[in-house]
Write a protein that binds this ligand. Sequence first.
Ligand code: OGA
Ligand code: MN
Length: 264
Amino acid sequence: MLFIWKAQAYIYAKCYYDLYSFLLNYQLNVNFTSQDRLSLSLAQTTYSGGDTSLFESISGDIVDKGYSIRPYALPTNLTSLLSQHIIELPTDEFKRAGIGRTKDHMINDFIRTDAISWITDDSEAGCAWINWAESLQAYLNRRLFLGLFSFESHFAHYAKGDFYKKHKDAFKGEGNRVLSVVVYLNPHWASSDGGELVIYDKNTPSSVVVDNSKITVIPSFGTIVVFLSEEFPHEVLAAKRDRYSIAGWFRLNNSIANNIDPPS
Ligand code: OGA
Ligand code: MN
């Protein structure tokens, strides 16, 4: 356990050290490439506590409805960095996604067919993403007292035909996933490209003619979706072309007595 803490402390320290050296270089007026400038403005937007008005909108939506859908809202430089990173990730970094605790591949194929790669902060893109998510976490904790304690997330790739059937990200009393966040990294997504996220909102009455209880989200570049993990069943319709996204979860602290157990 101590080892895990030490390892995490090291990773965080490294992440901030990278930023620190980066800003130091800036002050020393080292010659800049345009890539550096992009990274610096990225660092400024993502490390300086985040985008308050965006976080406030997300927070308000969660209070009102339990979910938030914000089209094209992720800072463009962060979205570009992530989308570049995900398409450059070697194929063998992606593993077929599992479901819950089952290892049965037959069931797996029936429920979801996407491939995932867990995000760590050993890439610039991973680091920037985790910092953005942690700024959101801190904001929501201050504003809504949610007690979010940790964050985990993965890149996801849905190839043509891939889907994820209706599911919930957490079940009451079982896990400690509280809030789900999804962002999309697909430039120029047309509605004919499929791959929509459908969220089922039990509070919105459905009618026979138009099913209002279904909320359909097009997975466009920079669109952010946040929802309470235990409240909203959702599914990903079959994509008709490569579909890239990030799915992440904020967790509560799963501590038993004095035994703090950060999820690995
Ligand atoms: C998930 C998920 C939604 C999406 O990974 O659990 O529901 O739109 N993803 O990618
Ligand atoms: Mn899900």
